[in-house]
Write a protein of this length. Sequence first.
Length: 281
Amino acid sequence: MTPPDTAVLRVAGRPVGRYVTRPELPPRLAPRPYLHPVTTLAGTAVTELSPADHIHHLGVGVAVPDVEGSNFWGGRTYVRDQGPTELDNHGAQRHTTFQLRDPDGFVEELRWVASGAELLRERRTVAATELTRFAWALDFTFSLTNVTSGPLSIGSPATNGRPGAAYGGFFWRARKEASAPEVFTVDREGEDAIHGTVAPWVALTGSTWTLIFAGATEQTRRDPWFVRATEYPGVGSSLAVDARLPIPPGETAVRRIVTVVADGRISRLEAASLVRKAVSP
């Protein structure tokens, strides 16, 4: 029986993801719900939880390093003209309820709280769909509403003065192996060529698995990709790159990312085909 604080995603009857809503984590890790482990249909794990290199990386979820000065990413905070700094400014994403909970997905309400105050309210919709005998898709939408009485904005280390570090938003910490995964998109390959650029999809290929990340709305497709392969394997969709993302009182920012999870090493042609099948209009 599934514990009340978790949800198990299933595709064709097979478990492919475990969602933890109330993790017991120290404040410094910015406690938040996450998916881990996520697996291929053959059972290969493609996520990591609190790895030694970045213990605040928690599988798959939404993590933002700067929400009006509060850290919902975990770890140190990048301070302009000072660098990564230990601050007592960590927030937490608190699960409120499942509005819907089925074997292939759920709709969840969350509260983003820091220093005793609620800054954002989130609706998160997650669905798992079978694509082929070797691939399935994780459809992940999050809507962040400013519930404060004043203006609020989302930033990143990049907007705070650290070039190339525009992480924050949807983030997938992938499985680390002996060799770094290959990274490619429609017309480019390699971490350096793709990191910080806009592309319809980005593929991360390990020894026996492939992850293909695609923006599924026009707004999401305008967000550049945050890509890491050499230091550690991870891909995110950046909310704040050149400037902070403002969310006025009562307004909502919405993003939708669909990730194809496949067994085997997928080619560029196969990746494009799977993305077309996964991202419905």
